[in-house]
Design a protein around this ligand. Sequence first.
Ligand code: C2O
Ligand code: CU
Length: 494
Amino acid sequence: MRWWLRVAIPLIATAAIVAPLAWFWQASRVPDEFSVIDMGYPDYGGGPDSNHGDHAGGSHSSHRPAVSVVDLTADPERRADARFALVTRAATLNIGGRAMAGFTVNNTSPGPTLTVRQGQLIEVHVRNESVTAGVSMHWHGVNVPNAMDGAAGVTQNAIGVGQSFVYRFEVADAGSFWYHSHQVSNTQVLGGLFGALVVLPRRGPPAGNVDVTAVAHTYTGVRTINGVAADLPVAARPGQRVRLRVVNTDNAPMEIWSGAPYRVLAIDGSDIRGPTPVTGEATTLTAGGRADVEVRMPADGSAVRVQLSRATAVVLGAAGRDAPEPAQPAKPLDLLHYGTKAAIGLDPARAARRFEYVIGRVPGFVKGRPGLWWSVNGHLYPDVPMYIVRRGEIATMRIENRSGEVHPMHLHGHRAVVLSRNGIPATGSPWWVDSLNVLDKESYEIAFRADNPGIWMDHCHNLQHAAEGMTAHLMYEGVDTPYRIGGEVDNEPE
Ligand code: C2O
Ligand code: CU
């Protein structure tokens, strides 16, 4: 071989490998400041595309002036029915006798449970006293007007130290919800910046004699209920019905089962029709999801343990009473076939858009870092789909998981109904969700009505995964945002 060939061949070979890598690396880097509406590529789901290929609708769409997310608010003239003040702080938490760095809301973690009534307009004044990265507040599961969604860099700027933001929205649906920071949420939610939001029915008390909220969270490896690393005792008399609102604030799903038959009254704040008593089956509660379960206390006065995973339980009964830990059922309760069938109020056959959200795992670069990353429809963040809808449309979405891990998928601002799983149609009660546990190799079809204009995050609620790029958006045509990811405020919703 000639000497120059001996030099050139390895050089060319190296370049052949390095050049595309460099290109992918370059393409994966996100600018220091960008608008989410410039992210990725528009996905019209087979529906109308008034922009004829123009990028992502929104700000660039021609004829009508864009609506700003800033203006998508509750009626500014309407007086608030209930007011709350929340103060966020960076703090040292004491969890099970261990000191750990975290965050508080009104000096506790979880923050206070906000209890309101359906139909009320609520006003929450959030002041950030000492969280240096800034905070925001997202009302998980509540279909708030877009400007109140609390997604930093999408619907508002992060609230800096010393600053405030007032959230105003009507709570149209009764049920169990929660609030949490949506600025650097993978750190702030993990560290305790959240609380429960309970919306009581418009009139009268909710079904059940005892109503209790159990916020489950793992603080650096320590499992807790309502911030306490121990079982939660709840006083209940024989014959009483206890409604237990379980909120899963963790990144992983949890299992709920009980020593006595239980009924699942609601999932993600939506009632289940005709819930029957469950025995020998555990209910999977997805990350970010809520389950309202009901136990009727045995007549003989014995206590009942409701397990929230193996480590913690809610113990129902007379003070000081306990019960043996019930064995964990191997079988999961299948919500696809639980309860009685009823009309879902929308016709998926008339869907104007049919979206796909196929989750994979591929080698590549995300935010300039090499690794095995989550992909959406084969694309890596930030080159992910921007799902586009028009107000009033019905849309379906097929969520398929081929990534080897479970993903709790969460769409902001809407509730979606489960139509089928792995092609098997739902036969039980309408099963409405805002957080859906999608196991590896599973595929779900869901449907929703596009009735809440704005730009909405549609991401994995394993917030670590979201920070690794498992974040896409649903966007209404003609909506624009003045906010930016990154920038001087350093908005970072994930
Ligand atoms: Cu509970 Cu996008 O969040
Ligand atoms: Cu995930």
